[in-house]
Design a protein around this ligand. Structure first.
Ligand code: NDP
Length: 287
């Protein structure tokens, strides 16, 4: 019998805790969400984040730029936000238009406002086993969800499929820091089913609907489905064929209501932590 890792319920609990902390302490964290162009999926993501932030007392500003903004002007705009003392967290919604170099934009965000944890300073801190200002939201949400269910990570064989900078790579570092043995797979990996079948914890993050079936799953393993895909009827599906594999697992995340809501909750938690950190530094400077 398998257990569903209920990301939605945990995310709601975390958001309520954040809301309470903000209210009780009269905190005023502010998140700036930068969006460029008219990508409709990005617009929906940004509006969802904005709505959720407002619900829990985080000031959230959507800052939109036209599709044809130049690299130089976008960098200047990010610099302005960086200098604004009333903004504590900056998120640049990806993907950016093709003519923009996303890495150069990410590097314009000061590490102490980098709410996604994508800046090389924060990634470097994470990989070296130190504390960054913020850790990437989706990986952080995965670790937090496992902790909630008292799933021990130390010594586990973890296989992550998908090596993006926003999911696979930071997650590999987080699991390694918690003493798991990590294998990071991608599209050039040979014998993927064989490797996945050795996983105590399998993380699927490739963006291909229902790709992972029973042939990839070790009996009683823990399966984390990061994928967000849409089927022909417009319904959300994960990278995992849930119905096909669920009985073979001990724990499994659903899609929706799994890692998606956890990612948003971690974004809000990171915003609150960056805010608190900015106040701590201010009081230290005064002292
Ligand atoms: P990317 O497209 O950046 O990366 C996909 C990765 O999967 C790449 O490393 C690619 O390999 C690998 N891959 C693709 N096809 C295969 C295959 N057949 N076998 C093995 N590896 C493969 O995706 P993201 O990391 O941005 O996102 C992955 C999925 O997670 C998407 O569905 C996305 O929507 C979802 N997502 C969900 C979030 C949430 O909040 N739940 C947050 C972020 C993403 P290679 O490097 O060789 O090209």
């Amino acid at each position: 019998m398998y257990t569903i890792l209920d990301g939605k319920t945990l995310a709601e609990k975390i958001l309520l805790e954040i809301k309470k902390e903000i209210k009780e302490n009269k905190f005023s964290p502010t998140l700036a969400v930068v969006i460029v162009g008219n990508n409709s999926a990005s617009k929906i993501y940004v509006e969802n984040k904005n709505k959720k932030a407002k619900e829990i007392g985080i000031n959230s500003q959507i800052i939109s730029f036209k599709e044809n903004i130049s690299q130089k002007n976008l960098e200047k705009e990010i610099e302005k936000l960086s200098k604004d003392k009333n903004i504590h967290a900056i998120l640049v919604q990806l993907p950016l238009p093709k003519h923009i170099n996303p890495q150069a934009i990410i590097e314009k965000i000061p590490p102490n406002k980098d709410v996604d944890g994508f800046h090389p300073y924060n990634l470097g801190k994470l990989i070296s086993g130190n504390e960054p200002y913020a850790k990437a939201c989706t990986p952080l949400g995965i670790i937090r969800l496992l902790e909630e269910y008292n799933i021990n990570i130390e010594g586990k064989n973890v296989v992550i499929v998908g090596r993006s900078n926003i999911v696979g790579k930071p997650l590999a570092a987080m699991f390694t820091n918690q003493n798991a043995t990590v294998t990071l797979c991608h599209s050039k990996t040979k014998e993927l089913p064989k490797i996945c079948k050795q996983a105590d914890i399998l993380v699927c993050a490739i963006g291909q609907s229902k790709f992972f079936n029973k042939n990839y799953i070790k009996k009683d393993s823990i399966v984390i489905d990061v994928g967000i895909n849409k089927n022909s009827e417009g319904k959300l599906t994960g990278d995992v064929n849930f119905e096909n594999i669920k009985e073979k697992t001990s724990y499994i995340t659903p899609v929706p209501k799994g890692i998606g809501p956890m990612t948003i909750a971690m974004l809000m938690l990171n915003t609150l932590n960056l805010y608190k950190n900015s106040k701590k530094n201010k009081s230290q400077r005064k002292g």
